[in-house]
Design a protein around this ligand. Structure first.
Ligand SMILES: Nc1ncnc2c1ncn2[C@@H]1O[C@H](COP(=O)(O)OP(=O)(O)OP(=O)(O)O)[C@@H](O)[C@H]1O
Ligand SMILES: [Mg+2]
Length: 786
């Protein structure tokens, strides 16, 4: 029986292990497999497993073969080489190579991906003495076939009497083996996972001690705990594992197979069957990328515009309809179907890969590299069924798009753009004083608190009035604030905004002033990244706006050099883009680990998933947090749970979390989900009331999102909720216009620091400039940035 299973495993092993036995290359299993099946990569006889009478081809030990691949030069163990001659292994030590999973990066809970690289540097680091090399050579000459050696061990009935020193050295050798990153990586090829590897080695050690002839021990001991010893033992270890652990191997294989995220291009066979033309509108901000892509969108018989933000999707929806092209709107929260419309403006998460389009536009394509949302852009690019796909974005993902198009077989046309007008850095700065703000300025701050502090300070100390835009505001309110700012007929001539203005919005901004260049990343204050600085600064001086010439500067002189550095930095080249499994993939995976809680399942998936080198698994800690909370709601199917967990909710807002919990609980009882939330009577009179309005809107937004995922009978109050949401968005708008309160806790904080009466003051710049240039270097010159 065991042999039967082993036979199956060996067949599987032979067919799988056609790629060089390195974890880094597990991702390319499939590729190499198909390459192999179509066109055998080796003309050297391969070792076969699985037939009734396996043909054992004797090869010298130093050419020991796994499938068609060779662990070459065992004696010198310089590298692992595949039969195609590709050399991949040891030189990468110490570098993070571009393949395998990135789970180590994304999972802050310290989940280690079973398939990710382990440090193979051990191999190179070990000092190999002349005598042990000599001993290794002798060992390899003596035992030329690992299979023979394994058989001999298996059949042996004598336990050798070892001397204490031999026993100690053997232990050291096996200890070294267990620590070997190289061996752990190679073992993955036979589906010995990283967590099981130490157990397998320990069992192998016991087996070896139990069965090994004294002569073999005496030949091995002089080699000592070295890589050479590991290389010698490894093929024997493989034989042992295949025979000893068929169940573990089978289990791990099924898990790995169902967590396979390699070859994402093949997930969309219909898109692959098409000859698509991809047009990449590549350039910096304000260079006309979206404008040109939208021209093609509007000319087409039918089209799809995929936006990074609800606000932009709404803007395109309005603009296109005004121009007489019927266009519907589709976001997570709203479906506005325009009769006879053949065009759709949607948020990128809502992309359907089922519809056929003549033209699709994917805006801000560089977002493919976003750690959390990247997968939506990747899916759109790989899966859209459109004759023409227009990508708008900066050059950071150009190379990877080229690679993806080569994989999909799509034609790629590149259109390069320059900024209409160069962005100019004002070296004078605001000299630390918000009184120097001018009409048409957008002051950018990176927290809600700072935004209000700046607004209040400007309104108190100058005659300017401020609009505000930040992430927690509903898109309708952001839009109302943007219109108020753009409209020249009122007193609102300054905008105070967070990085939420960074994408695509067309605002009448003359100058972008960075209030600070640091932001809180959830853990600590960090400098804002160069690409984000560019994106935000690029909001100044839009073509067709009142201020076609863009200026940018900082509030404080000490931040200026960092701003210039960011603007002058070339775009980073992205090497990996985001992926996330579809529900069906999670479902298949779940079948391998029955009874596992959903949050643990996601964690487990992250641990076992297999990715090609150009992809990473998107972060989903937010989803896991919701999943944890919803563990207490019984009776949800996996799919229902999946949908609830992806609902947009602010996990730091206990009220929002409570309502989501309530929605899920009511739904699980198959009762109509109601909203049970009081409406505020008027606009907010202080920051606490404003926060409450924001929070209420977010809860309503979650309800609307869920109503689009589930049946109407479960979420029957959509109209009522929509009306409430509109009402609250209006109240928020009114509140922002009236807002003149002081930020309470800030005041307390200032009191605590004995700074009462000192007026407005920004905390000192947090950017520590390493290469601080002298002020004279810039003087009051204006520095144009291309
Ligand atoms: N050929 C054109 N004729 C008239 N207006 C144009 C033209 N090209 C661009 N514009 C206008 O210039 C402004 C910036 O263009 P667009 O939004 O396309 O830039 P972008 O490169 O997509 O910028 P971002 O990276 O910030 O999204 C818009 O207001 C757009 O309407
Ligand atoms: Mg654009």
């Amino acid at each position: 029986m065991a042999r039967g299973v082993a036979g199956v495993l060996r067949r599987a092993y032979t067919s799988r292990v056609r790629v060089l036995l390195s974890t880094r290359n597990l991702h390319s299993f499939r590729e190499s497999e198909s390459r192999f099946l179509g066109n055998p990569v080796s003309d050297v006889p391969t070792r076969r497993f699985g037939s009734e009478n396996p043909v054992r081809i004797r090869l010298p030990w130093n050419d020991y073969r796994f499938g068609s691949f060779v662990i070459s030069k065992v004696r010198g163990f310089s590298s692992t080489v595949d039969s195609n001659g590709g050399n991949d292994d040891m030189e990468d030590c110490g570098r993070s190579v571009g393949s395998g999973s990135e789970s180590d990066d994304y999972d802050e809970e310290g989940v280690v991906n079973e398939l990710s690289d382990v440090d193979e540097c051990l191999i190179n680091d070990s000092a190999v003495s002349e005598s042990s090399s000599e001993a290794a050579r002798a060992l390899n000459d003596r035992y030329q076939d690992p299979v023979d050696l394994y058989r001999e061990l298996r059949e042996s009935e004598v336990r050798s009497k070892l001397q204490r020193s031999e026993w100690d050295t053997l232990h050291e050798i096996f200890g070294y083996f267990a620590q070997s990153g190289w061996a752990a990586n190679q073992a993955l090829a036979i589906y010995i996972g990283k967590s099981f590897f130490p157990t397998a080695v320990s069992k192998f050690r016991d087996f070896f001690f139990e069965k090994c002839r004294i002569e073999v021990v005496q030949d091995l001991v002089p080699v000592g705990p070295t890589d050479e010893a590991v290389k010698f033992l490894f093929p024997v270890f493989v034989e042992f594992c295949i025979e000893e652990f068929p169940d573990e191997i089978k289990r791990f294989k099924s898990i790995v197979d169902t967590a396979d995220l390699t070859k994402p291009a093949t997930w969309f066979p219909f898109a692959r069957a098409m000859k698509r033309k991809i047009v990449y509108h590549c350039g910096p901000t304000n260079s006309g990328k979206t404008y040109n892509a939208l021209q093609r969108f509007m000319e087409a018989k039918n089209g799809l515009y995929c936006s990074p933000l609800r606000l932009l999707a709404m803007e395109v929806f309005d603009k296109v309809n005004v121009l007489g092209i019927y266009c519907s709107l589709l976001t997570g929260q709203e479906k506005k179907h325009v009769p006879f419309a053949k065009h759709v403006s949607c948020t990128v998460e809502m992309v359907s890969t089922d519809e056929l389009y003549e033209v699709a536009v994917i805006d801000e394509i560089q977002m493919m590299a976003d750690p959390s949302r990247g997968h939506a852009w990747t899916k759109a690019l790989l899966g859209l069924k459109a004759d023409e796909i227009h990508l708008c974005g900066d050059p950071s993902v150009l190379d990877i798009v080229r690679k993806m198009c080569a994989d999909t077989g799509d034609e790629l046309v590149e259109e390069h753009y320059e900024r209409f007008k160069p962005l100019v850095v004002e070296a004078k700065t605001l000299l630390g004083d918000l009184k120097n703000v001018k009409s048409g300025d957008c002051v950018v701050a990176f927290s809600r608190r700072e935004i209000f502090e700046v607004k209040m300070a400007i309104e108190k100390h100058t005659n300017h009035r401020c609009c505000v835009i930040y992430g927690a505001l509903p898109p309708e309110t952001r839009r109302q604030q943007a219109n108020l700012f753009n409209d020249q007929e009122n007193e609102y001539d300054v905008l105070v905004a967070s990085d939420a203005v960074g994408m695509g919005l067309n605002l009448n901004i003359r100058r972008v002033v960075f209030y600070s260049l640091s932001k809180y990343n959830g853990d600590k204050m960090v400098p804002v990244g160069a690409s984000q600085v560019k994106q935000i600064a690029g909001r100044a001086g839009r073509r067709g706006s009142r201020y076609p010439d863009g200026l940018t500067t900082t509030l404080h002189a000490e931040d200026l050099n960092y701003l210039i550095e960011c603007l002058q930095q070339p775009f980073d080249e992205v090497t990996k883009v985001g992926l996330f499994p579809f529900f069906e993939q999670i479902e298949l995976f779940a079948a391998q680990v029955p009874d596992m809680a959903f949050s643990a399942l996601l964690k487990h998936f992250g641990k076992h998933c297999k990715l090609d080198g150009s992809y990473f698994l998107c972060r989903h800690d937010h989803v896991k947090k919701v999943a944890n909370m919803l563990e207490k709601v019984p009776g949800l199917s996996l799919e229902e749970r999946f949908n609830f967990c992806f609902a947009p909710v602010n996990i730091r807002n206990p009220k929002a979390m409570y309502h989501l919990f309530r929605f899920a609980s009511t739904y699980s009882l198959d009762m109509p989900v109601n909203i049970a939330m009081g409406m505020p009577k008027g606009s907010a009179k202080n920051d606490t009331e404003l926060l409450a309005l924001e929070s209420k809107h977010q809860i309503l937004s979650t309800y609307l999102w869920l109503s689009n995922q589930f049946e109407e009978k479960n979420f029957p109050f959509v109209e009522k909720v929509e009306a409430m949401a509109t009402n609250i968005a209006e109240l928020l708008g009114e509140s922002l216009i009236k807002a003149s309160w002081k930020m309470e806790s800030k005041e307390e904080k200032v009191k605590g620091q004995n700074k009462e009466g000192r007026g407005y003051e920004r905390p000192a710049s947090l950017i520590k400039l390493v290469h601080k240039r002298k002020e004279e270097e810039f003087g009051l010159k204006e520095i144009p940035i291309k």
